[in-house]
Each structure stands twice: as C-alpha cells, then as structure tokens.
Design a protein around this ligand. Structure first.
Ligand code: UDP
Length: 244
C-alpha cells in the first residue's frame, strides 16, 4: 500500500481509474459452472485478467482418518498459483501467501456449507490460479462457491466476493493489481446475500471509520453483482442450452 501513488495516476480529474473504469465499476466478470469431468463439481471464473479454475471433490472418506470428525464433515481448501500466472515467475513451492489464502477461503466458505450433514467425511476444494491480476482470493472464493453448488453440496447460500478499496482518497469497487500495489487500502469482502452475512473481511491499508463503513457498503453491493453472475452460471448449466 502507498508509496508509488505519487508516480502513478490512479484516478484522473474525470474520476476515471488507471484501467478506464469508474469508481463503482467492477472488472468484466465471466463465471462458468462445470467443465471438469473428473471432479464432483467445478467452476471457472474470469475476473478482469484473473483466470481461475476450481474443482470440488466429496463428500468423501477422510485420509488420514484421524483428521475426520465424528460430529461433522470437514472442508479442505488448497489455493495454488501456477508459476506462470504472474509476470515474474512464481516459485512452484507452496508459499506462505498460498497457505494463508487457502485458510482464509476455507474459513469464508465454512459458514456456507452444511458440513454437519456429512459427519466423518471431507469436501476438498482445489483452486488453480492460471492467471493473476489482483483480487484472486475474491475471484477464487466466488468460483469455489459455484463449484460446491455444482457438486450438489447443501449450502445455506453461495459466498460472493469482491474487494473494495481506496485510491486517491476515494473509495472504489474491485481493486486491480496496480491499485492494490500503489493505492491506499484493499478490503476483500465475502458475503452471502440471501443470508445477509459477511464471511470474509480483510483490510490492508488505513481507512477512517467513515471510509471503512463506505468500503463495506460498496463491497457488499459489489458482492450482489457477483452473486447474480454465480446464479446465472448455475442456471446456464442446469436450465440453459444443455451443453456440458
Ligand atoms: N502476485 C504476484 N506474485 C506473487 C503473488 C502475487 O505477482 O507471488 C500478484 C498477483 O497478481 C496477485 C496480486 O499480486 O493477484 C495481489 O496479491 P494479494 O496477496 O493481495 O492477493 P489477491 O489480491 O490476489 O487476493
């Protein structure tokens, strides 16, 4: 956060951002349900320049067995970035960042999935980031929700996610990579619109209490846009053209 903003115009005098968007405009979002033959459920998302594939397996037996829980099912999430997904090749070894994002996404999905219906089993969510451009955790979380629904796993709601943030002292929706690096704040939000519950809220940067409230409001509204596209992806697969 900060630092490089002075050398980069993140918001011009007409209120247009570095990639041509308005302050409240998300990037282009395309979500597809299904696609992976060997997974129980899957989804693919393009979120601006982010491209992410998610495969869901389960509920299935837990190995090693001692990790299973007799009272409830467990959710396991692996967020993985391909070495070629970013400009500067990423080391293929699992990074601390990938481990952290896996945990964050798991905890954001847990309130949505009715794991209590599947004691002793595991639901595995594999996230492959093919191309990254800022906001991969939100895009991955949104796609994972669609993949879980595609797998027929009972859920309270899907989690829709997008980041709000702040550049040039202005609250914006959907922070891209440049805005993440040179801007003032990045707030990824995951939200279940039907249940009206936030399951992910992180903040990198500094906000006033008013800006914080505005970011939550802008982020939650953005999640509703993502949610409509998640529902459309499932509708297209199950009630659409019959492809897949
Ligand atoms: N990134 C990168 N190399 C890495 C990790 C991340 O270039 O090894 C980029 C990538 O575009 C990512 C962005 O930095 O989307 C922001 O990463 P952050 O940790 O904020 O997570 P994200 O915004 O993707 O959820």
């Amino acid at each position: 956060m900060g630092g490089r903003e002075a050398t980069m115009v993140l918001l011009d005098e007409n209120g247009i951002r570095c990639d041509g968007r308005k302050v409240d405009e998300p990037r282009r979002i395309m979500i597809k349900a299904g696609g992976l033959k060997n997974a129980d459920g899957s989804a693919y998302i393009e979120f601006g320049e982010n491209k992410i594939l998610v495969g869901v397996f389960g509920p299935r037996d837990v190995h090693p067995k001692h990790m299973s829980n007799t009272d409830t099912g467990i959710l396991r999430v692996r967020y993985h970035m391909e070495p070629f997904s970013v400009g500067e090749r990423k080391n293929p070894a699992p990074s601390r960042r990938e481990i952290e994002i896996s945990k964050v996404i798991k905890e954001a999905l847990e309130p949505a999935v009715m794991l209590e219906k599947f004691p002793r089993t595991a639901v595995d969510v594999y996230i492959e980031v093919l191309q990254a451009d800022g906001g991969t955790r939100c895009a991955a979380l949104s796609a994972a929700s669609v993949a879980l629904a595609d797998a027929g796993i009972p859920m309270r709601d899907m989690v829709a996610a997008i980041a709000a943030g702040k550049v040039a002292d202005t609250v914006i929706l959907d922070v891209n990579n440049e805005e993440d690096q040179a801007g003032q704040a990045d707030m990824p939000i995951g939200y279940m619109p039907s249940v009206e519950k936030i399951t992910l809220l992180q903040l990198d940067g500094v906000l006033t209490p008013e800006e914080y409230k505005k970011c939550v409001e802008v982020g939650v509204n953005g999640c509703k846009i993502v949610y409509d596209l998640q529902k459309k992806a499932l509708n297209d697969k199950y009630f659409g053209s019959g492809e897949d």
